[in-house]
Each structure stands twice: as C-alpha cells, then as structure tokens.
Write a protein that binds this ligand. Structure first.
Ligand SMILES: Cc1cc2nc3c(=O)[nH]c(=O)nc-3n(C[C@H](O)[C@H](O)[C@H](O)COP(=O)(O)O)c2cc1C
Length: 200
C-alpha cells in the first residue's frame, strides 16, 4: 500500500519523541513523509497539492502529539481546507472512499489518566473520535490508533522501543503485513502489541 505520513508538531525543538519517530519515518523507502509545519509555517496550505497527494496514496498516517485533547492547530487547518465538499464528502465527493486512516499519537498523560477513573475521564480513542468520524464520513476506514502514553516521562528503553516500532508499523502497512483483522479488534494499540500484529 502507498503510505503517506502527515506529521504535525509545532515545537520540534522541544520534542523528544516525535522528532525521533519522524526521522525514522522520513528514512523509509516507499513511504511518503510530509512535515506539515515545515511545509506550511504560515498555515497557507496548498489545497490542490495536498489533495493530489491524498489521491496518490492508500493509507494516511497522522502523526502528532496530543495537544489540548486534540490535534495541533495546523493539522486541524489541513483538515478544514483539504477535506473539501465535492472532494472528500458530499454527493459528488467520494474521492477518498476506501482509503485508510491511522492516527499515531503521543500523550503526556499516562494510560491510567486515559481511563474512566483517570484524570482525563475518557480513553484516548474518545478524544480521537473527531478524526474517526471524519474518516467515516469520507468513506475511509479508521484504524485503531497507535499510542505512546506518558511520552514525557519514559524510561529510555520504552522510548527507544516505541521509536523502533514506528518504522516497523509503517513498513508493515506498506507491505500489507499488518494483520488488520486482529488490529481492528483493538480500541488502540501500543508498541509492545505491535509484534503480534505484524505478519512475516
Ligand atoms: C500545548 C500543549 C498541550 C498539551 N496537551 C496535552 C493533552 O491534552 N493531553 C496530553 O496527554 N498531553 C498533552 N500535552 C503533552 C504532549 O502530548 C507531550 O508533550 C507530547 O506528546 C510529547 O511528545 P514530543 O516529545 O514529541 O513533544 C500537551 C503539550 C503541550 C505543549
């Protein structure tokens, strides 16, 4: 499958995890990597170019840190402008139908924070619901999100494990080796679960 990574992080100088994940993703052959903040520092998105890119790929990976329980602002701007009526939705606009969306997110909050009894009172998939429903409205399949919790408080081993897993996930998608039947049963997944989802 043709994989397009759309990476959104407005403060990369302060990033420890996402920039390392992005470096690994950018190096992959056969995966298109786009750093949205680098391409559009003034938020003036080239809608035609973005729509062309979407048409040329099968899977869209949104990589971002969760900011205020949502996407960073430029990724929201991208959705607002690129997913146009008549292109992504509406009676004549089913150009993205059948494609897939995968959110790859990092959170400051822990896994326990993202539960009904935790500080955030909801699971991470609930906060990502706007992305899920946007994909559904556009006729795309929303895959369970790949999540790294507690991204600011990780043991070095866990951070490295996640950074190593990310390109493995992208290449498995690229090569049709991600077991989607099993993945679809999960609400979300983390790097330790990935090994069971990749077929050799
Ligand atoms: C402006 C801002 C808002 C944030 N909002 C949230 C949030 O709503 N939930 C959460 O779990 N973490 C939140 N965080 C923490 C980030 O998700 C975390 O720092 C990031 O995932 C770490 O990845 P990085 O090292 O690549 O920046 C926020 C951080 C910033 C700077």
């Amino acid at each position: 499958m043709r994989v397009l990574v759309l990476f959104a992080h407005p403060a990369q100088r302060r990033s420890s995890i996402n920039t390392a994940m992005a470096t690994a993703a950018r190096a992959l052959k056969g995966v298109t990597f786009v750093d949205l903040y680098a391409e559009y520092p003034r938020f003036s998105i080239d809608v035609d170019r973005e729509q062309r890119r979407l048409m040329e790929h099968d899977v869209f990976v949104f990589q971002f840190p969760v900011f205020w329980y949502s996407t960073p602002a430029l990724l929201k701007q991208w959705q607002d402008l690129v997913l146009e009526y008549g292109f992504a939705y509406g009676p004549q606009g089913k150009k993205l139908a059948g494609k897939q969306v995968l959110a790859c997110v990092t959170t400051g909050g822990s896994r326990a924070d993202y539960s009904e009894s935790g500080g955030n009172r909801r699971y991470i998939e609930h906060f990502l619901y706007p992305l899920e429903q946007t994909a559904t409205l556009c006729g795309m399949e929303y895959l369970p999100p790949f999540v790294l919790y507690s991204a600011n408080h990780l043991e070095e081993d866990s951070a490295q494990d996640h950074i190593r897993s990310y390109p493995q996930l992208l290449t498995a998608l690229r090569d049709d080796r991600l077991d989607l039947t099993r993945a679809r049963l999960l609400p979300a997944f983390c790097s330790p679960q990935l090994i069971d989802l990749i077929r050799n």
